[in-house]
Unconditional design. Sequence first.
Length: 120
Amino acid sequence: MNNAFFNNVPLDLSNYFFPFGERPRFGDRFYLSCEVFSKPQAKITLKIKLTNPASAGESAPIPPVSKKGQPKIQWECSDGRRWTTLECKDGTEALTEDSEVSFLVPSPFPHATINEQEGF
């Protein structure tokens, strides 16, 4: 990944992080930017390993994420002005379990500036 943000806060993907902050709220955003997103119809697979999946129970080092309220995530791409929904397969059940999120890069995937960083 070239860049990652929680709203406008840069994230270090080489370390543990909260993609939507420690207390997610409606409208929070997790941004990813990567050069491979510029390749139309490329199959992207994000392998998600959580520190505290809902199924971990008391074995998690921090309280496990909750499925209460049936959390939902909408995966989208942006050109910096508007958002377009991505058709993805989300095995993580809205980032509550370890699994994968996969999608095909739309054609063309827009180049955008997010938080003053250019990328795909």
